[in-house]
Design a protein around this ligand. Structure first.
Ligand SMILES: Nc1nc2c(ncn2[C@@H]2O[C@H](COP(=O)(O)OP(=O)(O)O)[C@@H](O)[C@H]2O)c(=O)[nH]1
Ligand SMILES: [Mg+2]
Length: 677
């Protein structure tokens, strides 16, 4: 974009339920602004926005992507910068990324389906970010579509501030602009009149002198009305509603006109730094920018997408990465519309540029003029809600998985990989099963590693509940020098608060002091695989109180073996039990699902600890075993039509009830046999 002034930049993010038409609207806008010479379509794979293989094969948006173009209307040029985002809950991380750099939100609502789960999720995110917003009602041609019905629903949910600025007309093949001076067709005249009345009133209410004028029955001038409307949108007292039929390009011109007229520019809404101080958005202020998107492109290499918060970025400037405290060099400012790439000579507030070959910069970093260090707050993402153990299909590919996943995680901070030190599995976690599946697919395509996914193993542990005596005499005579070591010990529960698990109660040198470390080593080994199902043993105390040795045959290895076996003997007599991790779960659901969710949790051996309400939702706090929760995300979504969400964290270990323990033990024995074969 050339010759753009900050005041003429409009920057917004598209939010809404999956399938509501956000991407189709994106393609329609790009075509209207001449960025594309035909209108791309999600359905035939020609969309400029949903262009990645994983998006094309699923026909859904997976990544938030930036677009830009110039909208010319009435002799005025406006730079439109906007992000298309996924509506699917699994990819909400992308909404968090794009939301951070938006000056306004456009919530897309389908005229048949109305407000859906994803619509409400997007709206809530916009609320949290305090974003001014508009609604675009799409799908006017769909069966049972009704603009009037959706408008009523919007007003019921989000107030009378939702007022149409364009209305469907001409049997759905056109729209009328409520504020246009042309006389509306008779069939819409009444609706136009009502909307105009509401708009004028909301505009007047933003200013004391205007409201006086309005109440005195004087008309507002065109300039007063325009300024009042913009202020009302900025203050979130007006949510303009637009009617569109994106596949046919109907209402797009009017929508872009509306954005140019009504939306704030970056000058109206300065971004705040980490301390809450506004960053000066003016073009001549010191440069500050924020990295909100990273892409590891197999052909281009790594691209860092930067949002300019203030000042003007030009190539070859002295740039500081304030997050890493490192100087960076910038050669070229890239501009991307999907795959289509170009370059720009400079970028001001509200614009997005792609930077390549940065040395230190990652997602969430702040770049700024070296002489004016500024830092923005880092991103915050929700905790994972879905987990899968991941293993290489081909032996030897394990290292490749690690590297490939790390590259994916650089782009997508809601994907996490961890090697469990308890189960030794590599566990991939994310925002849902589809998120994990897409990640694996992407990894395969880019790094050519094939993996298998499975339910992660539960990190069971074992302990004892009573006192047990253990004894082992290790004696071996095989030709030359033999082996000899004998250990007597007692195993009992480690008293709460104590950490000293080993007690030396040997008297009279029954086991010489120099062999005690070997005995201890044997105990540690014994504790690494308990006698119940071979899981690590915790919270036990071992008192070694007697033993015997042989002048010649005793050795470290003999005592290590004796220690390990004596422990096993003692533990098996000390009423050993299996322990499992218990999680604290917070489930957020609308009222009507309370019964189902509570019932299901009890079914999962859960205990309801409390209930509260927050944000108009019921919050159920429960404790339940981790073993029952690996697939809770999918189960809760299907139980609640996607409206329930949850978070969970580890709480403590608890004894596994014996009927469940029997199954775990049987499974462990089966696995052991398989290993031995
Ligand atoms: N009939 C009709 N179909 C639409 C309209 N807008 C989008 N679609 C279709 O709805 C489906 C989902 O659209 P898409 O833009 O991918 O939705 P998104 O998930 O919100 O990005 C696609 O098959 C589109 O062709 C519309 O206004 N009318
Ligand atoms: Mg989409």
């Amino acid at each position: 974009m050339k010759d753009v002034t900050v005041a003429d930049v409009r920057n917004f993010v598209l939010l809404g339920h999956s399938g509501s038409g956000k991407t189709t609207l994106t393609d329609a806008m790009l075509f209207k602004m001449g960025v594309n010479d035909r209108q791309g379509s999600v359905d035939n794979g020609s969309s400029m926005a949903d262009y990645t293989d994983e998006e094309k094969s699923r026909k859904i948006t997976i990544y938030a992507k930036p677009f830009s173009g110039v909208h010319a209307s009435g002799g005025r040029k406006t730079a439109m910068v906007f992000c298309d985002t996924p509506g699917f809950a699994d990819f909400f991380g992308q909404v968090i990324l794009a939301g951070r750099i938006a000056n306004a939100a456009v919530v897309v609502v389908d005229a048949n389906a109305g407000v859906q789960v994803g619509t409400a999720r997007g709206w809530k995110q916009a609320d949290q970010l305090e974003l001014p917003r508009a609604v675009v009602v799409t799908g006017l041609d769909r069966e049972n579509a009704s603009f009037a019905r959706v408008l009523a629903e919007l007003q019921e949910k989000w107030g009378a501030r939702c007022v149409p600025v364009t209305l469907p007309a001409a049997g759905g093949n056109g729209v009328v602009d409520v504020l246009s001076s042309a006389a509306p067709a008779p069939d819409v005249a009444e609706a136009v009149q009502a909307a105009k009345g509401s708009l004028v009133e909301l505009a007047a209410e933003t200013d004391d002198t205007l409201i006086e004028k309005y109440l005195a029955g004087e008309p507002l001038s065109a300039d007063e009305l325009a300024a009042g409307l913009r202020r009302a949108v900025l203050e979130r007292k007006l949510v303009p509603v637009f009617a569109c039929l994106p596949p046919k390009g109907v209402g797009i011109q009017e929508f872009l006109d509306g954005v140019a007229r009504l939306f704030p520019s970056p000058l109206d809404r300065p971004i705040k730094d980490a301390e809450g101080r506004p960053i000066n958005p003016a073009a001549d202020a010191p440069f500050v920018g924020f990295i909100w998107r990273m892409v590891n492109d197999p052909f281009i290499g790594q691209l860092a997408f930067l949002y300019v918060c203030g000042g003007t970025l030009k190539p070859d400037m002295d740039i500081l990465n304030a997050t890493k405290d490192q100087k960076e060099r910038i050669a070229v400012l890239g501009e991307f519309n999907g795959k289509k790439q170009g370059t720009v000579e400079s970028a001001c507030a509200g614009q997005i540029v792609a930077l390549s070959k940065l040395k230190f910069t990652g997602l969430g970093d702040t770049l700024c003029a070296a002489a004016h260090k500024t830092l923005l707050a880092p991103f915050k993402f929700p905790n994972p809600v879905a987990w899968a153990a991941i293993a290489a299909k081909t032996q030897g590919d394990e290292d490749k998985i690690g590297v490939a996943l790390q590259r994916v995680a650089e782009e997508d901070p809601t994907i996490k990989v961890e090697r469990s030190k308890d189960t030794h599995e590599m566990v991939l976690s994310g925002m849902g099963d589809t998120h994990i599946a897409v990640t694996v697919e992407k990894m395969k395509r880019r790094s050519n590693v094939d993996v298998t996914l499975s339910t992660p193993k539960v990190p069971y542990k074992e302990t004892v509940t009573a006192k047990g005596e253990g004894h082992y005499k290790h004696k071996k005579q095989s030709g030359g020098r033999g082996q000899f070591g004998e250990v007597y010990l007692r195993v009992d529960p480690l008293p709460p608060g104590e950490t000293e698990w080993f007690v030396d109660a040997i008297v009279g040198g029954a086991i010489p002091g120099n062999f005690l470390p070997a005995v201890q080593k044997g105990l540690v080994e014994g504790m690494s695989r308990g006698c119940v199902a071979g899981y690590p043993v915790v919270n036990v105390r071992v008192t070694v109180y007697d033993g015997s040795y042989h002048e010649v045959d005793s050795s470290e290895i003999s005592f290590k073996i004796a220690g390990s076996r004596a422990f096993r003997d003692g533990m098996s007599k000390a009423k050993p039990v299996l322990l499992e991790p218990i999680m604290t779960v917070r489930v957020m659901v609308p009222d009507q699902f309370m019964g189902d969710v509570n019932g299901d949790l009890s079914h999962k051996r859960g205990r309801i600890m409390g209930m509260e309400t927050a944000d108009g939702m019921q919050v159920i706090v429960a404790e339940a075993p981790q073993a029952e929760l690996f697939h809770y995300c999918a189960e809760l979504r299907s139980m609640t039509g996607g409206r329930g969400t949850f978070e969970m964290e580890f709480n403590r270990y608890e004894v596994v009830p014996s009927n469940v323990a029997q199954k775990v033990i049987a499974e462990a024995e089966k696995n052991k046999k398989e290993e031995e074969e």
